[in-house]
Design a protein. Structure first.
Lengths: 134, 148
């Protein structure tokens, strides 16, 4: 039931307008963990400087975008092994009412973006006191 | 614009087919919370050559310098790393789990011997870059041509 609280959105039109200098945009891998009072979303954004990571929330749509500069710049280089491409990262998620959107916190370390999405009060587990009847 | 999946593979008709296949599957399965980003057993590595150096680069988001080991013997580069699981990861509810985890070892053989003493590794924003100077004996030398 809870799986649609943070749901991925496959809207390509939004990505279109975000296109920057790089040719290819990649979808970052994410983990989403549910804790008692919050969801924690971690996204791999290797090569993105903290200032180049953009997180936006607009009408229930959470957008992650990171600009990544080309690293293999020097000319007169010869590629010997090419196992991955380098480019911007982009991914979108729908955020349901169960999230307290005002309380979302973002931080980044070692190329990983961590978003903490607190559950709205109504979605948190609550302890109900059980009293003996008198 | 199509969002390319995280890792690209060398182009061949077979891979192309496989990619189409993967895309088909991803589309079909996306409604069922399948993993849209293929996860690898070990991070990919890019290697290029420029002048007297080779450069090897790997994306290792989440790893600190203490989680990585880099060493060079002869013409062989080894990169080892480990993503440490959070203490009670197994009991947590994961709605998505696409990021790499566990340990990996990659061994690469370069075309010529390396100067192991001068190898330099830098980790920045989740990208490991290893500068591998060629051994003195392996460098290109310009030979002056004298007229007889």
């Amino acid at each position: 039931m809870q799986t649609d609280v943070i749901e991925q959105c496959d809207c390509d039109d939004v990505a279109q307008s975000e296109r920057r200098q790089t040719d290819t945009t990649f979808m970052p891998g994410v983990d989403i963990v549910e804790l008692d009072n919050e969801y924690v979303l971690r996204a791999d954004l290797p090569g993105a400087k903290p200032d180049d990571i953009d997180v936006q929330l607009d009408r229930g749509m959470l957008t992650l975008h990171a600009r990544v500069e080309t690293r293999q710049t020097a000319h007169q280089t010869r590629s010997l092994l090419h196992e991955y491409g380098v480019g911007d990262f982009h991914r979108e998620f729908k955020v349901g009412d169960a999230i307290d959107t005002a309380g979302i916190v973002a931080e980044t370390a070692n190329g990983v973006l961590t978003l903490r999405l607190p559950k709205a009060a109504a979605a948190r587990p609550q302890r109900i006191d059980v009293r003996p009847t008198t | 614009m199509l969002l390319a999946r995280r890792y690209r593979f060398p182009m061949s008709p077979f891979n192309e087919l496989q990619r189409e296949f993967g895309r088909l599957f991803n589309n079909v399965l996306s409604d069922f919370d399948a993993c849209p980003v293929p996860r690898r057993a070990a991070p990919g590595i890019n290697v290029w050559e420029a002048g007297d150096n080779f450069y090897a680069e790997a994306e290792v988001p989440g790893l600190g310098m203490d989680d990585l080991e880099v060493f060079v013997v002869g013409n062989e580069l080894t990169i080892k790393g480990r993503w440490n699981a959070e203490r009670d990861d197994d009991q947590r509810v994961f709605h998505r789990r696409e990021r790499q985890r566990g340990a990996f070892t990659r061994v690469l053989t370069l075309p010529v011997d390396l100067d192991a003493e001068k190898v330099n590794a830098v980790l920045k924003d989740g990208v490991l870059t290893v500068t591998l100077p060629k051994a003195e004996t392996a460098r290109t030398r310009k030979i002056a041509v004298k007229s007889a």
